[in-house]
Design a protein around this ligand. Structure first.
Ligand code: FAD
Length: 388
């Protein structure tokens, strides 16, 4: 490590590595610091992404694709399932390898990467960040930077040190638990989503295949529901019932901020990206690709600001993020609010209606229209989404 860089990125998840990659590609000197020993591990993710999302950043490679999916199945509370037509393709990743490859892209552009490097504070003598304080190999070191990018995930502290309000309201925090289980039979090309109060109140349960005999089985429940019964208990009950003889390979728990992007994502020479900035799709909880998009924009803007020698230019990041994806997440957030309290009866009605559609018309749009037709009161909920 040198004493100073143009840009320091804290956290080597997909958002951090993408920020480092684009900042370095645009000519900035970049250091990325990761507290864990290995980039990409431990994995706290269902690992599902769309082809269209991934292709923006990296060519799909069998070494980090566990399954290619062409279908998804929606299972209603009464057990009826609907398979909507899906035009695109998706992947269940091996994130351990995927994150590694994304970090290698940053290295290829010239970014330096140090693991086992825990950032414990910012250097900010006059309130503005001028670098980070990092613990490496039991030594405390100060490293200077003109810009700090906080990509330190859902439990981000970089934002707080910079004075950014990163609080996520409890109603927007999904409490998630997941197991990777093996010795089971699953459809390798299908993502399964289960809905209803019994399996996952206020959220959904997923079974994402990793080959024919292994799957990530996980769920998210609203943090408020989790106070009464934990996400892990819901998960164990489901797995015991549905996959009683499975072998458990991994067990994880974590939060997903299903919220709008933080009001401020740039302050005092610090830019927040990915989960740290709440750049997750509020409906699906997916944050890999949206975090990478945030990282790309932040990296580009940081390098431009350095080139222009004008840190005021950093404000562009917030504008460009909002234009690219932030506004859409606001719409998704309103949709989430309208649909999150659908009762099991409503969900069953939607599934029944969708099953009456001819197969070719079972698209998500078709299912949504059927839902409106079968339960006109839903129109009110949808109207609520768009009026405001
Ligand atoms: C159970 C679960 C399932 C999910 N499933 C999906 C899914 O199927 N598809 C999808 O798109 N998204 C999914 N997500 C969300 C997705 O995992 C995140 O949105 C994504 O990982 C965010 O990337 P990131 O780079 O912002 O943060 P992270 O991937 O969390 O990376 C942050 C990095 O920062 C490092 N770090 C933190 N603090 C410090 C520090 N002080 N110093 C140095 N390093 C630090 C961490 O070690 C970590 O490596 C899921 C999340 C959960 C919890």
């Amino acid at each position: 490590m040198k004493d100073s860089y143009d840009v320091i990125v804290v956290g080597a998840g997909p958002a951090g590595s993408t920020a480092a990659r684009y900042a370095a590609a645009a000519g900035a000197s970049v250091l990325m610091l990761e507290k864990d020993r290995d980039v990409g591990y431990p994995v706290r993710c269902g690992e599902a992404v769309s082809h269209d999302g991934v292709i923006q950043f990296i060519e799909p490679d069998p070494k980090w694709i566990a399954s290619t999916v062409t279908k998804f199945r929606l299972v209603a509370p009464n057990g009826k399932d609907v398979i909507p037509r899906l035009d695109g393709v998706g992947y269940v990743l091996e994130r351990r390898i995927f994150d590694y490859e994304v970090a290698k892209q940053a290295a290829a552009e010239g970014a330096e990467i140090v693991t086992k490097a825990y950032v414990y504070d910012l250097i900010k003598p006059n309130g503005k960040a001028e670098g980070v304080r990092v613990m490496v190999k039991d030594s405390k070191v100060d490293v200077k930077a003109k810009v700090v990018i906080g990509a330190d995930g859902v439990e981000s502290r970089v934002g707080k040190w910079a004075g950014i309000d990163t609080t996520c309201h409890i109603r927007d925090m999904e409490s998630c638990a997941q197991m990777t289980i093996s010795g089971i039979d699953v459809d390798e090309d299908t993502l399964d989503f289960y809905f209803g109060d019994e399996v996952s109140p206020g959220g959904y349960l997923w079974v994402f295949p990793k080959g024919r005999h292994t799957a990530n089985v996980g769920l998210g429940v609203s943090a408020e529901c989790a106070k009464k019964k934990s996400a892990i208990r819901y998960l164990h009950e489901f797995v015991e019932k549905k996959f009683p003889h499975s072998a458990v390979l991994t067990h994880i728990a974590g939060g997903v901020p299903c919220a709008k992007t933080c009001d401020t994502i740039i302050q005092n020479n610090v830019l927040l990206v990915g989960d740290a900035a709440h750049q997750v799709n509020p409906v699906s909880g997916g944050g890999i690709i949206s975090g990478m998009i945030g990282g790309m924009i932040a990296g580009q803007v940081a390098a431009e600001a350095i080139k222009k020698n004008d840190l005021g230019h950093l404000a562009e990041y917030q504008k460009r993020w909002h234009k690219r994806l932030g506004w859409r997440h606001e719409v998704f957030y309103r949709i989430k609010e309208a649909i999150s309290d659908f009762s099991d009866d409503t969900l069953n009605v939607i599934a029944e209606g969708a099953l009456k559609l001819p197969e070719g018309k079972r698209t998500l749009g078709g299912i949504f229209r059927t839902a409106l037709w079968n339960k006109p009161s839903l129109l009110l909920d949808v109207a609520k989404v768009f009026v405001s």
